[in-house]
Design a protein around this ligand. Structure first.
Ligand code: BGC
Length: 635
């Protein structure tokens, strides 16, 4: 019996033999659930990508996979949706999940950079523009925003976060969710957002990805939970668990996090998905003997969908039959999944227009937004020389550095659908945008990974110049998932290049590209001016030139502290006082006995949270506090 046949002419599915009762989504879900056998129910709880060593089309026909992961080609997505909708017994469309973290084809600045714009409207528009491209190509579920508080820049995923502050991160979380979930295409297609990684993933010990997290409940609640909660209050439709263990229990099987906090205290009714294989990884955590026990523990803790581990696929049916997993739990999970599918309108619009989707990509409006976003994200960190903005004309510039003629790295860590050939390099942009009468020479000076120096040509270029523009920093592969660093200086021999050029006596304007805060006191000290460009996406170079030439004014402010040295980490502004606070935030070494300081390092960060200069001088004066006493509820 075929339960549902999609009438391709009509906008709604037709149930051939047992039509669902007319009514709301709840009724439709109940009806559909009543038609499903156990295998089909569990099938909805399984997410697979195309690397699975199983016959995916056949599993779709049998209703044994409910969601796809990282399938990007709209033709492939359509083909698989057709199988699920037209060749399976119940014709349930697929969730198609992808990571649209800072853009799809048009790439926007990394989230950390965007948070530094402090512009929630901008972030919301970036989210909408990113998801518009992705939805047109078949994505209906987005694994963003990531809102893990990150106070350790060794952790590569700080790039994906909004930085160190619970309040800013919460505002940003809301903006991402609004932007992603409010978007509709002309036919009403849209995508659900998925806030991640629940919980406290950003507190990985020693900044090493996937590492243990152990913290007090008070710290968790006050500092780490607010952004996830903000996303939920903004209506996010799904939550992804994290890879880390939390106080001894992996987050993916953590009943305190998932049941007590998420479901009970916050009343979250949406879908909870594991992270990639994090159900299976319970075995490696030492929390489950094998995949079967991993499935059992995750299920009992509240994971509705198993991303990629196979554990639900192979073992959940047996666990139900053995009476270890109550059927009501399965039904509740399947209800959530089907509710999301109905809410997304997938039954009405399971397919996308493969050809037309190309016309939705890389549109002028998206590019304009990408340029504005990059501009607003960049932070002027030093300009004592007053060399910025650049002189009106007549200056000879030497553009040097591994990132000066680079495309791919400018896009940042999550830019798999971005196309390097569509990214302008800084050299190309400067050639167009430098004031008339300026001269530009170029030398790479150093390989992208910093290992090979080419000093001779760099010095020769500098020789012919009045001012050196030096593009240094990290390539995009140094940040993001599984890309933690123990050293936070410039990679490789870049500092040697810097010193050689600075020794020429010519002023050096440093343009810094990176996916995290770097510990670079010497670079800051010796640079005449320093502009932080982050990894700004497709339009990084043009935006940077707008700021360099003064066509726009730098307005970004750091969403995260920059340490002076790795030994200061974790370093963040909202630290507790201690019983022996340092005399000043910038206490110098050796001057303050028995205080909370280092003997061999300043207490202050290199740049504090919120720091950022502009081209104008701002003076605050006659500040008054009114009222003088503020209660906890006061303003
Ligand atoms: C990451 C998630 C991501 C998932 C799916 C995992 O490795 O931790 O952030 O959403 O893969 O691509």
């Amino acid at each position: 019996m075929k339960g549902i046949i999609l009438n391709m002419q009509s906008k709604s599915p037709i149930i051939s033999s047992n039509p669902p009762p007319p009514g709301d989504i709840k009724d439709k879900v109940s009806y559909l659930l009543s038609q499903m056998n156990l295998e089909e129910k569990i099938g909805q709880m399984v997410q697979a990508d195309l690397t699975w060593k199983q016959d995916i089309p056949q599993l779709l026909r049998e209703g044994r996979v409910g969601a796809l992961l990282t399938v990007h080609d709209p033709a492939v997505i359509n083909r698989l949706q057709h199988i699920a909708v037209e060749e399976s017994r119940l014709g349930i469309p697929l969730l198609v999940g992808n990571d649209i973290i800072h853009g799809y084809r048009t790439i926007f600045p990394i989230p950390l950079a965007l948070a530094g714009s402090w512009d929630m409207d901008l972030i919301e528009r970036v989210a909408a523009a990113s998801i518009a491209e992705a939805v047109s190509a078949g994505t209906n579920w987005n694994y963003a925003p990531m809102v893990d508080i990150s106070r350790d820049p060794r952790w590569g995923r700080v790039a994906e976060s909004a930085g160190e502050d619970p309040l800013l991160s919460s505002q940003v979380a809301r903006a991402w969710v609004r932007g992603y979930q409010n978007y509709r295409d002309a036919d009403g297609r849209r995508a659900a957002a998925c806030v991640k990684h629940f919980a406290a993933y950003g507190a990985a010990e020693a900044g090493k990805d996937y590492n243990t997290v152990d913290m007090s409940e008070r710290r968790l609640r006050e500092e780490y939970l607010p952004p996830y909660r903000a996303a939920i209050q903004a209506g996010v439709e799904s939550v992804m668990t994290s890879f880390n263990d939390f106080n001894g229990q992996p987050a993916t099987a953590n009943t305190f996090l998932l049941q007590q906090i998420l479901r009970k205290e916050w009343g979250f009714e949406g879908l909870i998905v594991s992270d990639f294989d994090s159900v299976g990884e319970l075995v490696l955590h030492g929390f489950a003997r094998d995949h079967k026990e991993a499935a059992l523990r995750s299920m009992l803790a509240g994971i509705d969908m198993d991303m990629m581990s196979n554990a639900y696929h192979f073992y959940l049916t047996d666990l139900v039959r053995e009476g270890k997993v109550p059927l009501e739990l399965i039904d509740a999970s399947v209800r959530r999944i089907l509710t999301l599918k109905f809410n997304l309108g997938l039954f009405e619009h399971p397919y996308v227009d493969e050809k037309a989707c190309q016309q939705a990509m890389f549109l002028p409006a998206a590019l304009q937004l990408a340029e504005k976003a990059a501009e607003e994200s960049m932070v002027l960190l030093k300009n004592e020389s007053g060399l910025l903005p650049l002189a009106a004309g007549g200056t000879r510039y030497a553009l040097i550095g591994p990132l000066a003629n680079e495309r791919t790295s400018l896009m940042g860590c999550w830019s798999f659908d971005g196309r390097p050939e569509e990214v302008e390099t800084l050299k190309e942009a400067l050639q167009k945008q430098l004031p008339a009468g300026s001269r530009l020479t170029y030398a790479q000076g150093c390989s992208l990974n910093g290992e090979t120096l080419a000093l001779e040509s760099a010095l020769a270029a500098a020789e012919q110049a009045d001012v050196i523009l030096l593009a240094l920093g990290e390539e995009h592969t140094l940040s993001g998932e599984a890309h933690s660093r123990a050293h936070l200086g410039l990679p490789g021999r870049q500092m040697e290049l810097f010193n050689a050029l600075q020794n020429t006596g010519k002023p050096v304007i440093t343009l810094l590209f990176c996916g995290r805060p770097l510990a670079i006191p010497e670079l800051v000290e010796k640079s005449a001016s320093l502009l932080l460009a982050w990894h700004g996406g497709t339009c990084t170079a043009r935006a940077l030139c707008n700021l360099l030439t003064g066509q726009s004014v730098p307005s970004g402010r750091l969403p995260v502290s920059f340490p002076r040295s790795v030994g200061q980490i974790p370093l963040y502004y909202a630290h507790k006082r201690t019983g022996r606070p340092a005399d000043t935030s910038g206490t110098l070494q050796f001057n303050s006995a028995h205080r909370s300081i280092y003997l061999d390092e300043n207490n202050a960060p290199l740049f504090p949270f919120g720091f950022g200069l502009s081209y104008s001088q701002v003076e605050y004066s006659d500040l008054q506090l009114n009222p003088l006493n503020i209660t906890a509820e006061g303003q």
